[in-house]
Design a protein around this ligand. Structure first.
Ligand code: ADP
Length: 642
């Protein structure tokens, strides 16, 4: 028999090999012909196979065995192990009597080994995976596993799910499951780790996470690590991620930093506030003291006397306003502000406010209108003093910062829970503000622009106070719209109780021309540069009496022009002035070769002011309120010295 399949015939009850083809003998590594199974096979193998053969021999039923392990030493004593499939069939003579067994053997070693190898690697994977799962589900920190280039959620432990409101994420891509993180750095980082295989540690990564319970996006920070791992079975990459929510830590640190920054800012605001305040208080005070002093003179005409008293009174009132503002602000800040509830006419209040500014607006050739929109109650229960304060500040600012066009006030009210929420919008066509300037408003001690103080005066308290007052009245003050160079619309609101019927009012303003006056006299030629008309007048009067010819400039730029064209024996130079301040004007004059004495005048009584003015090129420095004798002496000394 030359068949390639190993095959034998085993005869008799002792199963003697009467036929064994070469493939069979090759398979078992020995010669078999003529021997019995018991002789040829090792004991253990014989004990296994003989009962099977006997069964076939006695019953005539064939037997099939699969993947049986067969071990036996070959002729050289080398033990050989093979896996075999066997088929035993009864072998009969011509009469049909069973004489033995025909055995057909298949060597299946290779395929068994190959399958075993696969099984082992699968087993390994299973072990790896269960290790991974143990880490995943056992750890206290959030972990996640993404599969494939689209970063599909493969696993996520409970801690991770807790962070994302227990969303269904498995099987979804990162972006499908967490759309809100698309704008953060995370998707990119995970993708880079996936593509490059380089692990990545990303500390305090910031992203919004939607809280599904509240529907709100919450700012969150995570310390994360991402690494790529290989999936042997699918030959696809996975990214394993570990994330710690460190939001609390980051936020408390930020709060600390902000508090520190806020404290620093508050300190610097406070010192600049103090400097401004000192200037604001000293300016009217200077006028009051100066004119009071002038009143002592016998030779004054009744008109002059009245004029001086008016000036003193006007400056006294300005001073009171500033001090009242500071006190009010202090009250609101410390929660001690008491809100009154009295009945009054809302329309009268609006009229009053418009009246206050009517003359000023006319003088500036700008219009001032008020409109009632819809139904507005006539008699209301509220705090008229506080309301008036807010009105005066917001409308006052609009008038102050508008030089062309005008100011439109619109008043409207709507009912809310048996109360009326009234809204006043004050729209101007004035200088406007940049976004940055707007951002600085409503804080006490700040103005949109530091040069504002110089140009327009004011302490930067008005809006801060108004906003707090409006808050106390159940409303607010806000900028509705404001553009640099285009004007602003401020809106303030407050709650009132209605007393009676509703009605409407209207107001308006018209244009009137204003006059200007200059008073030059003969004598020593002196230029006074000062933006405050009162101070200008005061210095002029003082010097005029000494026989000087005095001219005035309202700011540094004008002073420079006048001094270079006309030449003076001496210049009295105020430091804080709009357009060009005293330091700058002095520097420009000195650079242009102007060598006559320049005396700095400032409301700041600080040594550094003095040093700064001398450094700018001033010859001497005088502090307001001015001392009459000192002024005259300084001027005389300087002029004669030159
Ligand atoms: P102040 O008493 O200095 O006017 P406010 O708090 O009332 O203080 O105003 C602060 C600053 O806001 C002003 O100095 C000015 O720079 C800016 N501001 C307020 N209202 C207007 C407006 N209508 N147009 C332009 N700037 C304004």
């Amino acid at each position: 028999m030359q068949a390639p399949t190993p095959m034998v015939i085993l005869e008799g009850r002792e199963f003697r090999f009467t036929l064994a083809n070469p493939p069979y003998e090759k398979l078992i590594g020995r010669r078999a012909l003529g021997r019995t199974v018991a002789e040829l096979f090792p004991k253990g193998e014989a004990e296994f196979y003989i009962p099977l053969l006997t069964e076939v021999y006695e019953t005539g039923n064939p037997f099939v065995g699969k993947e049986l392990l067969f071990t036996m030493p070959d002729e050289n004593g080398v033990v050989k192990t093979v896996w075999i499939d066997i088929g035993y069939h009864p072998f009969r003579n011509e009469e049909g009597v069973i004489k033995g067994v025909l055995a057909i053997v298949h060597d299946v070693t290779e395929s068994v080994l190959a399958r075993r190898a696969i099984e082992t690697s699968e087993e390994k994977l299973r072990i790896e995976r269960s290790k991974l799962e143990a880490i995943f589900y056992g750890t206290d920190s959030p972990m996640v596993l993404f599969r494939g280039p689209n970063l599909v959620f493969e696993m996520a432990n409970q801690k991770y799910l807790d962070m994302i409101s227990n969303r269904e994420v498995i099987g979804k891509t990162l972006i499908e499951a967490l759309p809100e993180i698309a704008e953060s750095a995370f998707p990119n980082i995970i993708q880079i780790v996936y593509n490059s295989g380089e692990p990545y540690r990303f500390l305090e990564g910031h992203t919004p996470i939607k809280n599904l319970k509240t529907g709100e996006l919450e700012d969150r920070y995570f310390d994360t690590t991402f690494a790529r791992i290989t999936d042997h079975a699918d030959k696809e990459f996975l990214v394993i991620g570990h994330a710690m929510d460190v939001t609390e830590r980051v936020q408390s640190r930020k709060e600390l930093e902000e508090a520190k920054h806020g404290a620093e800012l508050a300190t610097s605001l406070k010192s600049s506030f103090l400097a401004n305040m000192s200037h604001e208080i000293r300016t009217p005070l200077g006028a009051i003291l100066g004119f009071t002093d002038l009143l002592r003179d016998r030779g004054l005409s009744p008109e002059q006397r009245t004029q001086f008293i008016d000036t003193i009174s006007r400056n006294g009132k300005a001073l009171t306003t500033i001090i009242d503002d500071i006190l009010d602000l202090a009250k609101v800040e410390s929660g001690k502000l008491e809100i009154e509830k009295v009945e009054f006419s809302f329309f009268e209040l609006i009229d009053d406010v418009v009246d206050v500014f009517r003359e000023g607006a006319k003088a500036k050739h700008i219009f001032l209108r008020s409109n009632i929109v819809g139904e507005v109650p006539e008699r209301i229960l509220a705090d008229p003093t506080r309301l008036r304060q807010i009105f005066l500040n917001v409308v006052g600012n609009a008038v102050k910062f508008t030089h062309e066009g005008g100011v439109t006030i619109k008043v409207s009210c709507e009912e809310i829970n048996n109360l009326q929420r009234c809204k006043v919008s004050v729209k101007d066509t004035g200088v406007g503000m940049t976004k940055e300037q707007q951002g600085r408003l409503f804080q006490p001690f700040t103005q949109a622009d530091n040069s504002t103080t110089r140009k327009f005066g004011g302490t930067g308290l008005g809006l801060a106070l108004s906003k707090r007052l409006a808050n106390a009245l159940g409303g607010d003050v806000a900028i509705e719209n404001c553009e640099y160079g285009q004007g602003c619309t401020f809106v303030f609101s407050f709650l009132v109780e209605v007393v009676q019927s509703r009605n409407c009012i209207k107001g308006d303003g018209s244009k009137v021309s204003s006059e200007n006056e200059l008073a030059p006299l003969t004598g020593l030629r002196i230029l006074v540069a000062d933006d405050s008309p009162d101070n200008q007048a005061l210095v002029q009067i003082l010097l005029k009496r000494q026989g000087a010819v005095v001219e005035a400039a309202e700011n540094g730029r004008v002073a420079v022009q006048m001094a270079t064209h006309r030449g003076y024996d001496l210049i009295l130079m105020d430091i804080q002035m709009p357009e060009m301040d005293g330091y700058e004007a002095t520097k420009v004059l000195r650079a242009a070769g102007y060598h006559k004495p320049i005396v700095a005048l400032t409301a700041h009584a600080m040594a550094e002011e003095r040093d700064r003015s001398l450094a700018a090129g001033c010859t001497a420095h005088l502090t307001k309120p001015l001392d009459r004798q000192e002024l005259v002496k300084t001027v005389r000394d300087l002029v004669f010295r030159n």
